[in-house]
Design a protein around this ligand. Structure first.
Ligand code: GLA
Length: 386
């Protein structure tokens, strides 16, 4: 019933804006990463889940090569572009994400022409929950189906990553795109970002009396502001100095000797990447063994490493993690690129309310705006809705 009402609403907005009926609606989710942060561009391991919050793209093919874009969350205007004239750096604002997907599909040699697209989203933006990857992935999947392509999901994720790297200009890794396109309901996705090998690991905190919460601190993060690119460049420089293809190739038993070879400023970055890959290895042993309660300590150790070694946390995310620990949570860590954004908190079910209240109160005392807290339920990856 809800689904029908929902698709009717999307279809009627589309008809009102574009004067014709849509062919269908495609949805792609945001994500939280359980563990494995800043490892993807080091060829390492990650463990994300998809969120129930999605970007929906309602779409129809056009035969004239025009790309017309409308967003419910936009300024009410329609952005109109020509698919043959799309080029990096030439589209501004939210429209650059859907435009980037069309550009990247075409750059990869796929026949994609014009389309009318209506975008609607409930993935919070700037919250470290991958709203931009979800938007680009939803558009790519819509165009993929509209133009009857048959691209494997992992390859589609590479195309969407190229869209963000080259068209939007953000040097992100592949985690968010794979998470949005390949996660499955009730699972965390164990991904080797070097060869994109994937294992779906059952993840059901509720079955063990636990809950995973997302705390959106409200501190907007922006991967395009240069700090992310600097960290990535630092990691790549360290790998080059060590004569390794990527930091993923450095194992813990070689860490001490490797650190001796590096300049001071690169050492903490390398320490984080090596220890974080080990935390992913540990987490994927704990999950299938049903030892979710032990995952909490892994999360908290991951946060300490991001705060002290990688230095991408901020006072608000640190306050959530510290407050959650004192209030009895099993563990907590910032998730995503950092510099703000969201924290995940693992709690026993009876502690959801007291831990949430403690975080809200701590934010009030610190003079921060009230954080948004909601459950992280492992949801499906991108799919056609109707
Ligand atoms: C952002 C990027 C990802 C990844 C994370 C950090 O979300 O888009 O590729 O690097 O930061 O783990």
């Amino acid at each position: 019933m809800t689904g029908l009402a929902f698709s009717f609403d999307l279809g009627s907005t589309f008809a009102a804006v574009f004067g014709t009926d849509p062919t269908g609606t495609w949805a792609a989710p945001g994500r939280v990463n359980l563990i494995g942060e800043h490892t993807d561009y080091n060829d390492g391991f990650v463990l994300p889940i998809a969120l129930p919050q999605t970007v929906r793209v309602t779409a129809r093919r056009r035969t004239d090569g025009r790309l017309r874009l409308f967003s419910t969350q936009g300024d009410g205007g329609v952005v109109e572009l020509s698919v043959t004239e799309l080029a990096p750096g030439q589209v501004a604002g939210w429209a650059r994400y859907p435009a980037s997907a069309v550009w990247a599909l075409r750059a990869a040699g796929h026949h994609v022409g014009g389309a009318d697209l209506h975008v609607d989203s409930d993935v919070p933006t700037g919250a470290g929950l991958s709203s931009s990857a979800a938007l680009t992935a939803a558009t790519a999947l819509a165009c993929h189906d509209l133009y009857e392509l048959s691209i494997p999901r992992a390859e589609l994720a590479r195309i969407v990553q190229r869209a963000e790297n080259e068209f939007v200009g953000v040097p992100c890794g592949i985690m968010d795109q794979i998470a949005s396109l390949c996660c499955t309901e009730g699972h965390a996705l164990h991904l080797d970002t070097r060869d994109l090998t994937q294992h779906q690991i059952p993840f059901d905190p509720a079955a063990q009396g636990l809950r995973l919460l997302v705390v959106d601190t409200g501190v907007k993060h922006d991967l395009g502001d240069g700090a992310y690119a600097e960290l990535r460049a630092g990691c790549e420089r360290a790998a080059t100095l060590l004569g390794l293809p990527a930091l993923r190739d450095l194992r813990p038993d070689g860490l001490a000797a490797a650190l001796d070879l590096l300049p001071d400023e690169l050492r903490p970055l390398v320490r984080h990447v090596v220890s974080e890959n080990e935390r992913v290895r540990l987490a994927v042993k704990l999950l299938p063994a049903g030892r979710l309660e032990a995952l909490g300590a892994v999360l908290t150790a991951g946060h300490a490493s991001l705060r002290d070694d990688f230095r991408v946390s901020c006072p608000e995310t640190d306050l959530v993690v510290d407050t959650a620990a004192v209030a009895g949570a099993r563990g907590a860590r910032m998730t995503g690129g950092g510099f703000g954004g969201s924290v995940i908190v693992l709690v026993d079910e009876p502690d959801v309310e007291p831990v949430s209240a403690a975080i809200a109160a701590a934010f009030g005392r610190a003079g921060y705006a009230e954080p948004r807290i909601f459950p992280a339920l492992p949801a499906a990856g991108a799919h056609r809705l109707c």
